[in-house]
Design a protein. Structure first.
Length: 248
């Protein structure tokens, strides 16, 4: 009876030993066959920039594991936007790709940046890979404006009167494109001009520029707008303010 009990205990211990050894081996095999994402650096320090400057942020990511790696999600902060789409979302062992972002500093004047980028991938034990973006943004001086502001408010002012009338007087900053030439000008400008740019037209009393703006819109140029009342209304509201002669 006693010997039989000992044999049972010995058999149980042997089975437990085999199970533990098997589990350890399985764990080692699994851990040796996994994806692992590493970056060429832990953070990017873009230094000190003036508000409105776009600072490049880039990392090289590599799969240092033994199986295919899949990038599932990239979480970043609002001002850090993707400059180039990822060339791929999967990496074979030993493969690399470049992660390219831009830090848009507009609105961050006077702020020291210390933000995270999280890259989630198909290894829950090691994911996410956390990277950092650091730097300092100087506030704008009173005499400075970011290019982004100009893009939002950018416009062209066109005087559609004759060259002689334009030379006599016109609103400062206007260019002269007579009404009979503007269709050709608009078609040529459309090759390089963004549809977001507003193009104001004015004539002597607004009637000719109204007609021109309507015609251009019918031709597929939606950004052309006529100033109501033209130059006469400008003078009525502002007098000679911001009017100059073409003969400088």
């Amino acid at each position: 009876m006693y010997r039989r009990k000992n044999r049972v205990i010995a058999s149980t211990v042997k089975i437990l030993f085999i199970l533990i050894t098997f589990n350890l081996l399985s764990a080692n095999i699994f851990s040796s066959q996994s994806s692992s994402l590493q970056a060429d650096k832990a953070f990017v320090d873009f230094g000190t920039v003036r508000e409105g400057i776009k600072a490049p942020v880039s990392f090289t990511l590599s799969n240092t594991g033994t199986v295919e790696l899949r990038i599932l999600q990239i979480r970043t902060f609002a001002a850090c936007v993707q400059a180039q789409p990822l060339s791929k979302s999967t990496l074979s062992p030993g493969e690399s790709l470049k992660l390219e972002y831009v830090f848009e500093s507009l609105g961050y004047g006077g702020v020291s940046i210390d933000k995270k980028i999280e890259i989630h991938y198909n290894n829950p034990d090691r994911s996410p890979l956390t990277l950092k973006v650091k730097g300092k943004v100087l506030p704008l001086e009173s005499y400075q404006a970011p290019i982004g502001e100009m893009a939002y408010n950018f416009f062209v002012l066109i005087d559609t009167r004759s060259p002689g009338e334009f030379l006599k007087e016109h609103i400062i900053g206007a260019i002269n494109v007579p009404a009979y030439k503007i269709d050709i000008w608009a078609a040529d400008a459309a090759k390089t001009l963004s549809n977001e740019v507003i193009i104001y037209l004015y004539s002597i009393d607004g009637k000719e520029s109204d007609k021109t703006a309507r015609r251009l819109r019918q031709k597929g140029f939606p950004q052309y707008i006529s100033l109501v009342g033209g130059l006469k209304e400008w003078k009525k509201q502002n007098g000679a303010k911001n009017l100059i002669s073409g003969k400088i």
